[in-house]
Ligand binder design. Structure first.
Ligand code: ARG
Length: 467
């Protein structure tokens, strides 16, 4: 029977060569248990897969593997019921779990770390966690797309102004505007799918950095943890966090999209626009101005990108210039990703609720669409099509008519035929047909255009795709 004689103050997991324990401030800067305890389920899943594999390979005995398996289940339930004694002197989730396992099952716990290091352990735990977040983002985006699809379907042919420079440009349909976001969030969704597929390789078994001399079966652990295959290079396995960066990049782009619709909601719900009414469930009142209904959720969603993009920059900065392989710098990878993921999931849920609840004001949308000379392009196109004018000349004639209407304080369809003919003698009465906003949107039937039948075709395509 051998005993270890490390100082009682030294770390029980790695203190063999240490005579003194760490300074209290060293402990504070070194410990990650305050945040990485979020990885407990992944850590225990990884350990279970590892122990089962060690037994199957004859590296540990079936009895020890069984004791480890049962002990880990006890640890899991202790954590889940809030009865686990997390200890800062045990640094991180990996050592906290293992030390507690030792208290519960005794000696066999010491065999769990055979052919493994905290370096591949944290790599597999974090990958599993980020992979779950990709799944959550994909589900959240699917729900959000459905909410936009429902809005698009209800108002596929409602006319509203389309803007460039936030100036009235051409009439478009409400359905078309909603479907623009379906496209954006669909791309976001596919980014999370791509990232998930790429990260789905198992680093467990890379050990500290070089692999191991034990006859481990990396295919088995990869399979047990739902990975497609093991990673192919042990140095890379323990030292990259590009999977987390991809998650953050996809999250940042998605948050940027969320912020754009959030901004539209802030503008549209104002008394000056009145395009939409937000439900009471997603707005707040003012303590001094009784008439106010503030779009706080939309404003917060407009701002949340700051945290997510900030996390992305922070992790890039941590990883930049790190020599291979693992460096403790990489412990700084987690908090930012946790916060970004929480922020994104909350944002997706809030936006889904707001979109589902919002009520478009069809009359205000139509009135706004009819103002601001929104059918000037239709007039120019008519001059090209019907009178054979070159587009540049048609543009000029139309501009002259816009100036005339503006000086008379009316819109284009309010000009008389005689007034129009004073600018170009060829103009006929049927020009008025293209000056109406309904006709304008109906005419834009090019693929991906705003015509209601085009919009309905896109809605049908997406509904079938989402099932
Ligand atoms: N808490 C550490 C981290 O999050 C675990 C890996 C520690 N590895 C080591 N060699 N000190 O990165």
């Amino acid at each position: 029977m051998t005993t270890t004689n490390a100082s009682p103050a030294a770390n029980q997991m790695w203190g063999g060569r240490f005579a003194e324990g760490p300074d209290a401030i060293m402990q504070a800067i070194n410990a990650s248990i305050g945040f990485d305890q979020r990885l407990y389920a992944q850590d225990i899943a990884g350990s279970r897969a590892h122990a089962a594999m060690l037994a199957a390979q004859g590296i540990i005995t079936p009895n020890d593997a069984e004791a480890i398996r049962e002990g880990l289940l006890t640890v899991l339930s202790e954590i889940e019921t809030g009865n686990f004694p997390f200890k800062v002197e045990l640094e991180d989730i990996h050592m906290n779990v293992e030390a507690r396992l030792k208290e519960i099952i005794g000696a066999p716990a010491g065999r769990l770390h055979t052919a493994r290091s905290r370096n591949d352990q944290v790599a597999v735990d974090f990958r599993l966690w980020v992979r779950d977040q990709c799944d959550a983002a994909i589900a959240g985006l699917t729900a959000l797309m459905r909410a936009f699809l429902a809005q698009a379907e209800a108002g596929a042919d409602w006319v509203m102004p389309g803007f460039t420079h936030l100036q009235t440009a051409q009439p478009v349909t409400w359905g078309h505007h909603m479907m623009a976001y379906v496209e954006m969030f669909a791309r976001d969704r596919s980014r999370f799918m791509d990232a998930r597929a790429r990260m789905n390789e198992c680093p467990l078994g890379a050990a500290a950095l070089a692999g191991t001399s034990f006859p481990i079966d990396r295919m088995a652990t990869a399979r047990a943890l739902g990975f497609d295959r093991p990673t192919a290079n042990s140095l890379d396995s323990v030292s990259d966090r590009d999977f987390a960066l991809e998650f953050l990049a996809a999250s940042s782009i998605c948050a940027m999209h969320l912020s754009r619709f959030a901004e539209e909601l802030v503008i549209w719900s104002s008394a000056q626009f009145r395009f939409v009414r937000l439900s009471d469930r997603w707005t707040t009142g003012s303590s001094i101005m009784p008439q106010k209904k503030n779009p706080d959720a939309a404003e917060l969603l407009r701002a949340k990108i700051g945290r997510i993009l900030g996390a992305t920059v922070a992790l890039f900065t941590v990883m930049k210039g790190l020599p291979l392989t693992y460096s403790k710098d990489m412990q700084e990878d987690k908090e930012q990703v946790f916060d970004a993921a929480d922020t994104l999931m909350l944002g997706l849920a809030a936006m889904t609720g707001m979109v589902a609840d919002m009520a478009a004001n069809r009359e205000s949308l139509a009135a706004a669409a009819a103002s601001g000379f929104s059918t000037a392009t239709d007039l120019a196109d008519w001059l090209v099509r019907e009178l054979g004018l070159p587009f540049r000349e048609a543009h000029h004639v139309t501009g002259t008519l816009v100036a005339m209407a503006e000086s008379q304080g009316c819109d284009l369809p309010d000009l008389t035929l005689a007034q129009m003919q004073s600018v170009h003698s060829g103009i006929r009465a049927d020009v008025f047909e293209v000056l109406g906003i309904e006709n304008s949107v109906r005419s834009r039937r090019s693929y991906g255009g705003t015509a209601p039948d085009q919009v309905r075709a896109q809605i049908a395509r997406w509904k079938e795709h989402l099932g």
